[in-house]
Ligand binder design. Structure first.
Ligand code: ADP
Ligand code: MG
Length: 241
């Protein structure tokens, strides 16, 4: 029996903007080696939840623990750069003036930096791309550089906010599969945000179904798909491709 605390645990997380409750008493935990998917329609509060976990926004109520250690409550707050949390957003946000290798090395300490950069570029099938600049790469290649950069410092948790939505539809499933393989090899805990049921079904070990700021169902993709909690959840999954 393992007594290790969850990699990430949020409890009773609540966020209000102008009197509107956008994230409403959200609690869940995620484990190392797992891809957990925060799935829900646009505007339901997914990005706001991620921003609080990353530490770039602060909750009105609730707590966030990483490996059993408190990183944030309503009075205490570990700054984002000290949370060992990696981020990947839909626009990749590579530094345009830095090479691919410099992008991946960004934020790494001297030590094994060169080796780690080479290793990651190889893992995302971009060996030899180190000296190139982002504008010389296709969208899919830039996405892989962004993934390599996010994983380089070996974050305890990787937060991904709609990371595939800027990509060509025809390439997306291939890139999803490649990404999943790399994430599994690295063994990091992943919280992936998406509004696409298909993406969650394809990538998640566990789905957290979100609606109007609340988690309405949690479970394995197969179980949620086969036994949606209500009509609205069923409808949400019905137009899956
Ligand atoms: P999602 O990522 O699920 O599409 P968001 O978390 O981005 O949803 O937004 C949830 C709701 O919170 C939306 O109605 C959005 O307009 C609102 N919201 C998000 N950020 C702010 C902000 N900084 N100020 C005011 N309202 C916000
Ligand atoms: Mg969003």
């Amino acid at each position: 029996m393992s007594s290790a605390p969850p990699r990430l645990e949020v409890r009773n997380l609540t966020r209000r903007f102008d009197g509107q409750t956008v994230v409403d008493d959200v609690s869940f935990s995620i484990e190392a080696g797992q891809v957990s998917c925060l799935l829900g329609p646009s505007g339901c509060g997914k990005s706001t939840t991620l921003r609080m976990i990353a530490g770039v926004d602060m909750q009105d109520e609730g707590t966030i623990h990483v490996d059993g250690k408190l990183v944030c409550d309503t009075v205490f707050r570990v700054p984002p750069e000290r949370r060992a949390i990696g981020l990947m957003f839909q626009d990749f946000a590579l530094f345009p003036h830095l090479t691919v290798a410099e992008n991946v090395a960004f934020g790494l300490k001297e030590g094994d930096r060169t080796r780690r950069v080479e290793e990651l570029l190889e893992r995302v099938s971009l060996s030899g791309f180190g000296p190139k600049y982002p504008h010389e790469l296709s969208g899919g290649e830039q996405q892989r550089v962004a993934l390599a950069r996010a994983l380089a410092p070996r974050p305890r948790i990787l937060l991904m906010d709609e990371p595939f939505s800027g990509l060509d539809e025809r390439l997306r499933d291939g890139i999803r599969d490649d990404t999943l393989e790399l994430l599994k090899e690295e063994g990091t805990a992943v919280l992936l945000v998406t509004h696409e049921p298909h993406e969650a079904m394809r990538m998640a070990d566990e789905i957290l179904l979100m609606r109007k700021g609340r988690i309405v169902q949690r479970g394995a993709p197969y179980n949620i798909y086969n036994a949606p909690v209500d009509r609205e959840a069923a409808a949400f999954f019905s137009d899956i491709n």
